[in-house]
Design a protein. Structure first.
Ligand code: COA
Length: 248
């Protein structure tokens, strides 16, 4: 396991802590590969009955590493971001998120795959794909309108407005709010409750509630085809260059 993701397994709960606080826990290739490996192992590990995602250092994650996006053309090959979001969509055990600070891009879209989400009221959620010349990923083009309605989806995906943890709670994306220092504790308490339940009944119920993941997986592939093309576009390359040239 990379030190960019810390894994802790106890009481039937696998806690995966994004651990790159100096980069706001942005997911680079190494982070994605570590997360995929941890989830793959958890799938067949009877000692794991629920997974909790959280970020170290006060932020959830600033999303995909923009340097990896920038280098994508120069360093072609497989893109583990895609495998990660597909792993999430197909994962059958309950997933819980503890969100504080920044949750940008996949930091917000991955929450739509989680069963329970806890957040600090001042958490900052944002899906700025279009401002980068990109399109939504992780099935967000399907899941955000489904879960929030088209008006909100247009506001958060097309306008790219950010929203707070408190607003996400009011919108039904977040189950409960807690101060940032207590969010993980709240998420762990819920995960331990889930982990104590009959696992087969839990997984079957979850699947009934969510339906066959095939539709979401197909949408993720459709998004990915457009996303890859967009990454090579002059607009996206300019926007990425502007991020790295921003005044500090
Ligand atoms: N990819 C790579 N590095 C990132 C990053 C990302 N997504 N987000 C933040 N970082 C890095 C910054 O470059 C900076 O590194 P440096 O100190 O070596 O320059 C460090 O993390 C801290 O970020 P900074 O921008 O100084 O913090 P901030 O509090 O002013 O702003 C954000 C936080 C999240 C609002 C801002 O960093 C941001 O907008 N990041 C990009 C988010 C994004 O677009 N994600 C992808 C969506 S598809």
């Amino acid at each position: 396991m990379s030190d960019k993701v810390l894994a802790l397994k106890d009481y039937g709960v696998l806690q995966l802590l994004f651990n790159r606080p100096e980069k706001k826990n942005a997911f680079d290739r190494e982070t994605y590969l570590a997360l995929i490996a941890a989830l793959d192992a958890a799938r067949s590990d009877d000692a794991v009955r629920a997974v909790v995602f959280a970020g170290a250092g006060g932020d959830f994650t600033a999303g995909n590493d923009l340097a990896d996006f920038r280098d994508f053309l120069e360093r072609p090959g497989d893109f583990p971001a895609l495998a990660f979001v597909k792993t999430l969509a197909a994962f059958e055990k309950p997933m819980i998120a503890a969100v504080a600070g920044d949750a940008v891009g996949v930091g917000t879209t991955m929450l739509f795959h989680c069963d329970l989400v806890y957040a600090s009221p001042d958490a900052r959620l944002r899906m700025p794909f279009i401002d980068l010349g990109l399109v939504p990923e992780a099935g967000a083009s399907l899941l955000v309108p489904q879960r929030m309605g088209m008006a909100r989806a247009s506001q958060y995906l097309l306008l790219g407005d950010g929203f707070s943890g408190a607003e996400a709670h009011a919108l039904g994306l977040v189950n409960a709010l807690a101060p940032s220092e207590s969010v993980l504790e709240m998420a762990m308490a819920a995960a331990e409750k889930l982990a104590a339940k009959p696992p087969a009944a839990l997984m079957a119920s979850r699947r009934l509630m969510r339906g066959d993941p095939a539709d979401i997986l197909a949408r993720i592939d459709a998004e990915a085809a457009l996303f890859a093309k967009a990454l090579a576009s002059p607009t996206t390359r300019q926007r990425l260059a502007a991020f790295f040239a921003r005044p500090k």
